[in-house]
Design a protein around this ligand. Structure first.
Ligand code: PEP
Length: 252
C-alpha cells in the first residue's frame, strides 16, 4: 500500500440485481460507511445509477459506470456515453474489464478511446488489465500487461485521476488469487512501467488489485506494496462483505 494515498475500494455490481436490490444495497452501505477510512466506490448497472445516486446523495460513497462509448453522442443504439454517466451522478467509469474485452471483443485501442472520452467528460477511468491463465503459465504475464498498459493509457490519464486495476483474468469470479508474492511482483512491475512511461505522474497513479477479493484475504492483499485498493466483483453485492473488505484496508 502506498501510505500517502487513501486506499480505494470499488464494487463492480456487473449485471446483477433489481432496482429494489440496488437501492437496498446502497442504503445498507450508506448506513454503515461512516468511519471507514478507505474511499468507497460502487459501480451499479447503468440503468440503476440515478436511483443509487439518490440514495447516496450527500454521502462520501462515489458512483461509477461499468463502461462507456468512445463518442459523446451519436447513432449508437444501446450504448451510453461518458457525459451521460456524468449527468447521472457518476464520477468514475470502469473500462477494459476482461469481461468486456472477451465478451465484446474490446481491443486496447478501443479501451484507450473510451478512456479519452471519460477524461473529456470529467470521469476518472479505472483501466483494467490482466493476463489469462495460459499467458501466466507461459511466463508472459508481465509482457501482456505491459502491452495492455502501453496501448490503453491515453494522454492525460494521470492528471485526470485515472486508476489502474490489475485483474488476472483467471482470478475473476473463480475464488482463486495469485500468491501475495505474485501480486506484489506485478504491482511493482506496473509501478515501474508507469514511472518509466509517464514519470512523476505515473508514480502517483493508484493501482488496484481485483480478482476474488473477499473479507478473508483482503487484509493481506491490501497491505502489499503498491496495492492502492481493490476492485471487487462478487463480494461487493453483500454490504457486509464489501464493508469488511474496506475495513481491512490499511488505516481502516
Ligand atoms: C471483477 O469482476 O472485477 C472482479 C474482481 O470480480 P470478483 O471479485 O468476483 O473476482
Amino acid at each position: 500500500m502506498n501510505g500517502a494515498i487513501r486506499p480505494l475500494v470499488a464494487g463492480n455490481w456487473k449485471m446483477h440485481g433489481s432496482l429494489a436490490r440496488a437501492r437496498a444495497l446502497a442504503a445498507a452501505l450508506r448506513r454503515a460507511a461512516d468511519g471507514v477510512a478507505a474511499a468507497l466506490l460502487v459501480c451499479p448497472p447503468a440503468i440503476h445509477i440515478p436511483a443509487v445516486a439518490e440514495v447516496l446523495a450527500g454521502s462520501a460513497i462515489a458512483l461509477g459506470g461499468q463502461d462507456c462509448h468512445p463518442a459523446a453522442e451519436g447513432a449508437h443504439t444501446g450504448d451510453i456515453s461518458a457525459p451521460m454517466l456524468r449527468d447521472a451522478g457518476a464520477s468514475y467509469v470502469i473500462l477494459g474489464h476482461s469481461e468486456r474485452r472477451s465478451q465484446h471483443q474490446e481491443s486496447s485501442a478501443l479501451v484507450r478511446a473510451k478512456a479519452e472520452a471519460a477524461l473529456a467528460a470529467g470521469l476518472r477511468p479505472i483501466l483494467c488489465l490482466g493476463e489469462s491463465e495460459a499467458e501466466r503459465a507461459a511466463g508472459r504475464a508481465e509482457e501482456v500487461v505491459a502491452r495492455q498498459l502501453a496501448e490503453s493509457l491515453p494522454e492525460g490519464f494521470a492528471a485526470g485521476g485515472g486508476v489502474i486495476a490489475y485483474e488476472p483474468v483467471w482470478a475473476i469470479g473463480s475464488g482463486r488469487t495469485p500468491s501475495a508474492a505474485e501480486i506484489a511482483a506485478m504491482h511493482g512491475f506496473l509501478r515501474r512501467q508507469l514511472r518509466a512511461g509517464w514519470g512523476e505522474a505515473g508514480a502517483a497513479v493508484p493501482i488496484l488489485y481485483g480478482g476474488s477479493v473477499k473479507p478473508g484475504n483482503a487484509g493481506a492483499i491490501l497491505a502489499l506494496p503498491e496495492v492502492g485498493g481493490a476492485l471487487v466483483g462478487g463480494a461487493s453485492l453483500l454490504a457486509e462483505d464489501f464493508l469488511a473488505i474496506a475495513r481491512a484496508a490499511p488505516g481502516g
